[in-house]
Ligand binder design. Structure first.
Ligand code: ZN
Length: 259
């Protein structure tokens, strides 16, 4: 290698080092600002620690109306007034590092006690987060809705072990790697196929069951479960062995039963 070539290599190396240094200097503050605090279901960032992981998560520790809860001693209330207007949506499966979530197309709504909410997404927990009369189910489905005022309503369905659910089979086939989204545009699904036939449900005011554990969430949990097969539970548990927050104190709240 002659002197000219050596100098050339030296200059290229120098430029490369400068480029890497500049990139790092620019990206570090950006990354710090964008990446939310990490949380988990096990290890040092487990649910008992969520409130300490970030100021934004304080309600996870200090909130008085937290979810999930053990549903018992319910009060018989007005008859079931829950109307679903769920339309088909392209299948969009997200593996977000905490659960398997299906993002839903705009235009599907639920009306609960005269209040209309738009369906945003649904996702799964194993085992179930809520208990009904001290009993957990194999899994729990959460359909997350928001109204124009920004209020959240979650419709919950218990998944007991039994016959396989065909729509869940469809979703499980499309699960991407962690952090990835799989958009199957040519496959339309209808989440109505994950609702039980009887419309009786429990309702109470609670919170998100994941950080930031925001309160003021209207919870509506079907009394009747649907079923998933043992294999379907196992497929999910291979990715997320446990993704359920422990039961939270009821703190004098009333749970209504609407038949
Ligand atoms: Zn959930």
């Amino acid at each position: 290698m002659n002197l000219l070539n050596k100098n050339y290599v030296k200059n290229v190396m120098l430029l490369l080092v400068i480029a890497i240094a500049v990139t790092l200097l620019i990206s570090i503050p950006v990354l710090a600002a964008v990446v939310p605090p990490h949380w988990s279901y096990g290890g040092t960032e487990n649910p008992t620690q969520w409130g300490k992981l970030s100021n934004d998560f304080a309600l996870c520790e200090l909130g008085r109306d937290q979810s999930p809860i053990n549903i018992k001693n319910t009060v018989e209330d007005s008859p079931a007034k829950i109307d679903f207007d769920y339309k088909p949506s392209p299948l969009v499966v997200v593996n977000n590092g905490h659960t398997i979530q299906v993002n839903y197309a705009q235009g599907s709504t639920v009306t609960i006690n005269g209040k209309k909410y738009a369906l945003l997404q649904f996702h799964f927990h194993t085992p179930s987060e809520h208990n009904i009369n001290d009993k957990a189910s194999a899994m729990e489905l959460h359909l997350v809705h928001r109204n124009e005022a920004g209020e959240l309503a979650v419709v919950g369905v218990m998944l007991n072990q039994g016959l396989a659910n065909p729509l869940i089979a469809e979703i499980w086939k499309q699960i991407p790697d962690v952090g990835e989204t799989n958009t199957v545009s040519d496959r339309l699904i209808n989440v109505s196929n994950l609702l039980p036939s009887k419309k009786s449900y429990f309702s109470y005011m609670g919170s998100l069951t994941t950080p930031p554990c925001s309160e003021g969430v209207s919870w509506n949990l079907f009394v009747e479960p649907i079923t998933v097969s043992k294999e379907q539970v196992e497929t999910f548990a291979k990715i997320y062995q446990v993704d359920a927050r422990p039961l939270q104190p009821i703190n004098g709240r009333t749970v209504q039963l609407h038949r």
